[in-house]
Design a protein around this ligand. Structure first.
Ligand code: NAP
Length: 218
């Protein structure tokens, strides 16, 4: 089955955390990394997050002109099986198109022709079927997707083997906390034989941190 090229991008602390222990957003990226992230968004047909990120961070998910001249705004995609995206969420602003993917039978009306709500089947876990999600995006002409989080979505994408590339920026901080969100949350692997192997493609110093590019080994 054909599917878009899927890239994960995330910023974490030296101890693997991606937010504060309260789950509130923390700026881990340096200016250079923010610029790299906006360039990745600009190059992608779609940028995808889970509703958890919408509810905690309220991101716009657009490309800022100060970082990329004449930006191309990717389609913003939210995985939202229970239709929890608030009507006032910034991801619904009219700067770019937004696609909210809900579970079957769950829908919500939003104002504006730039917002579309479609449904897709859920798996036993109650989460959206990611193979159907990428198929649905492919059918809409999306050839590249940038997955920006959070930890549940990144884990599920890796677990379902739909990731082609993964960029991790490591900022020089320790955040700590047993329940602090990490790059890959979700259920995790059952035992060692289910580990997800990665190949380190590049590593580069960026500002005070480092950016690693990995590719899953299949
Ligand atoms: N540092 C960074 O780069 C970065 C980037 C983004 C976010 N974050 C942080 O990450 C945290 C949010 O992460 P999170 O894990 O709570 O939320 P999330 O991964 O953004 O969203 C997870 C939610 O998405 C919905 N979903 C539907 N289908 C799914 C599927 N197939 N796979 C995964 N999720 C699916 C589920 O909610 P329903 O059951 O309601 O559908 C699920 O609970 C925040 O603390 C935020 O600040 C950090």
């Amino acid at each position: 089955m054909k599917r878009p090229h899927v890239t994960v991008n995330c910023a974490m602390s030296a101890d693997g955390k991606i937010a504060l222990p309260t789950r509130a957003q923390m700026r881990i990226s340096c200016d250079e990394d923010i610029k790299r992230m906006y360039r990745l968004r600009h190059q992608s047909d779609a940028v995808l997050v889970g509703v958890g990120t919408i509810l905690t961070d309220d991101p716009k998910l657009t490309v800022k002109e100060q970082y990329v001249p004449h930006p191309k705004q990717p389609l913003r995609v939210v995985l939202d099986s229970k239709a929890r995206t608030p009507a006032h969420a910034q991801v619904l602003n009219s700067v770019a198109k937004t696609l909210i993917i809900t579970g079957s039978g769950k829908t919500k009306r939003f104002t504006g022709s730039h917002i579309e709500v479609v449904s897709c089947k859920t798996t036993k876990s109650g989460l959206l079927d990611l193979h159907q999600v990428v198929d649905l995006l492919w059918q809409r002409g999306v050839r590249s997707v940038l997955v920006e989080g959070g930890g549940t979505v990144i884990w599920e994408c890796l677990h379902h083997q739909i990731v082609d590339d993964m960029y991790i920026y490591i900022g020089p901080y320790v955040i700590g906390g047993k329940h602090t969100p990490t790059v890959a949350d979700g259920t995790g692997i059952k035992d060692e034989q289910h580990v997800i192997p990665l190949r380190l493609v590049t590593s580069k110093r960026l500002g005070p941190g480092v950016v690693l590019r990995y590719q899953p080994v299949r």
